[in-house]
Design a protein around this ligand. Structure first.
Ligand SMILES: [Zn+2]
Length: 91
């Protein structure tokens, strides 16, 4: 279940800032709208095909929705959190 960020506006603002800083704020690929909202954070369970729970891991994700058509995109939260120029940050 996704974790709403309504109770943590600083976290929502940080994630929105990072999305913009990383230039991941292009118009919606479905309707061309320029406005999005962060729905919340969740986890994507990733496992090798054909396995059931073995070697599975959760990848923390940020869920973003187009404010017009509702198209949803997912961002790996750990990568969004990386600040360029800091050790381990994206270049
Ligand atoms: Zn849209």
């Amino acid at each position: 279940m996704a974790r709403s960020l309504d109770s943590d506006p600083a976290r929502a603002n940080f994630l929105a800032y990072q999305i913009k800083e990383k230039k991941a704020d292009k118009p919606c690929p479905r309707c061309g709208n320029h406005h999005f909202s962060i729905v919340g954070e969740s986890a994507l369970n990733v496992r090798p095909p054909g396995t059931w729970g073995l070697n599975a891991r959760d990848v923390p994700i940020t869920v973003v929705a187009c404010s017009n058509c509702g198209f949803i995109s997912l961002h790996a939260s750990a990568i969004l959190e990386k600040v360029p120029g800091l050790l381990g940050g994206a270049q």
